[in-house]
Design a protein around this ligand. Structure first.
Ligand code: NAD
Length: 423
């Protein structure tokens, strides 16, 4: 077979036929092919309907973060992630927060923004006025597209229009504000934005190009805050260390990126477990962090008058209980059942609390013992496995590497050889 990635009609093949092609191309073994198509709880037929050109599935571990008390309700939090120590850290932080009464949360209504871009108007300001005057017509047309959403209490609720200056001239951007209820809403909003485009063209005399949801969901925010007693977090020095760490991140984008990544570790793990769109959440969070013109943190830690720690987080949270893969992926359905949230708003608030917990755990480790200690013992186990340690000596190899502070593949291999020779 000629080794080329230019394959016409690849999509028309079955998953097994596609894999045969990939096997040849990448010189996969029979065993590797079997692993790819050992689909467990996600049948190949279902996977094949979820995305294109499917050849197999990619399993990741699902863990449960415990100890979460949010608005006086207990939650078990399912998390899917490849990185060790995230689930343990979330559980540990939730326990500390519980000592201070747990997390308290709030959220805005689930309003998403759809954008319709019009260009080439003679007078953009006149066009803008026309759009605003036609609000009821535009809203009716949008809502006609989704009677199910409207009957669930959602739908297009308002509009706005703004003129922006760009490198290729001014544009008129009409924004549709759509209450998406328990859906993430991208399909719903995109459908509405496309439907109203001809009206916008008619009203403005311009040409409409893009008609698409914005992932910077500033009207769909989730918030959480908590108090952590000083003694629970490890004393006054740790409180001070966390406050300094937070201020550092607030002031410096290089630190803020990592600070926010720590919070997103938890949020994205839950998003993955529940079949939601993690790219949308990441995009929204980081764009929100930069909204004031300088990238900063989505969370903040302060010292209370009593000397305890007070943390808060706020970020866009476009999540759904229906739509996308949430209802089609069998494990996502179970994850949702474990989480037990009843509305997308409740879900968004739980996610904010998880982000705050994850952020706290990372900052505490950094301010207290350094991140490596806890992280490295789990990392060392992965290195030991990757170096080929038989199962019965994985822990031994990992412990030796941690003790020596040499967590490296070459050292793992040496220790494995030594242990096997000594056996
Ligand atoms: P969807 O269209 O599958 O489901 C939403 C629909 O469900 C609503 O339009 C409504 O008709 C119906 N519905 C029934 N009961 C409802 C209730 N209680 N609340 C709300 N709606 C109810 O999904 P969606 O949420 O519109 O879109 C999500 C998908 O879009 C995700 O898979 C995402 O990855 C994808 N997507 C994202 C982007 C982006 O983020 N930029 C762009 C395109 C597509």
């Amino acid at each position: 077979m000629e080794r080329s990635s230019l394959i016409s009609g690849f999509y028309k093949l079955t998953a097994k036929e596609r894999l045969r092609y990939v096997k040849e191309f990448a010189n996969l073994s029979e065993e590797e092919c079997d692993l790819l198509q050992d689909t467990g709880s996600l049948p190949l037929s279902l996977a094949d309907r979820m995305i294109e050109n499917v050849v197999g599935v990619f399993p990741l571990p699902m863990g449960i973060a415990v100890n979460f008390l949010i608005n006086d309700v207990d939650y078990l939090v399912p998390m899917v992630i490849e990185e060790p120590s995230v689930v343990a850290a979330a559980s540990y932080a939730a326990k500390m927060v519980r000592d201070g009464g747990g997390f308290h949360t709030s959220s805005t209504p689930p309003i998403m923004i759809g954008q319709i871009q019009a260009v080439g108007m003679k007078d953009p300001e006149v066009a803008r006025q026309r759009i605003l005057e036609a609000k009821e017509l535009i809203l009716k047309n949008a809502n006609d597209q989704d009677p199910v959403l409207v009957s669930a209490g959602g739908g297009a609720k308002n509009i706005d229009a703004k003129i922006i200056d760009t490198t290729v001239g001014s544009m008129l951007i009409t924004e549709l504000y759509v209450d998406c209820r328990d859906a993430m809403g991208a399909n719903a909003v995109n459908t509405m934005a496309e439907a109203v485009a001809p009206i916008i063209e008619h009203l403005t005399g311009g040409r409409v190009y893009l008609r698409i949801i914005s992932n910077l969901a500033t009207k769909r925010l989730a918030r959480a805050h908590c108090i952590v007693p000083q003694e629970s977090v490890g004393g006054e020095e740790v409180v001070d260390g966390i406050v300094y760490a937070s201020a550092f991140a607030e002031a410096d984008p290089y630190r803020a990126a990592t600070h926010n990544k720590g919070a997103m570790n938890g949020i994205i793990a839950v998003i993955l477990a529940t079949g939601n769109d993690h790219r949308a959440i990441e995009a929204g969070a980081h764009a929100y962090a930069a909204l004031k013109g300088k990238y900063t943190t989505i969370s903040k830690w302060e010292k209370t008058e009593k000397g305890d720690l007070r943390g808060s987080i706020e970020l866009p949270m476009a999540v759904g209980l229906i739509g996308g893969a949430v209802k089609t992926h069998p494990i996502a359905r179970i994850a949702m059942k474990i989480l037990g949230v009843k509305t997308a708003n409740e879900f968004a608030e739980v996610l904010a609390a998880v982000g705050l917990a994850q952020n706290l755990a990372a900052l505490r480790a950094l301010a207290h013992e350094g991140i490596q200690r806890g992280h490295m013992s789990l990392h060392a186990r992965n290195i030991a496995v990757a170096a080929g340690a038989p199962e019965d000596i994985v822990n031994l190899v990992a412990e030796r590497m941690v003790k020596e502070r040499k967590i490296r593949m070459d050292r793992a291999k040496e220790i494995i050889e030594e242990l096997i020779a000594a056996d």
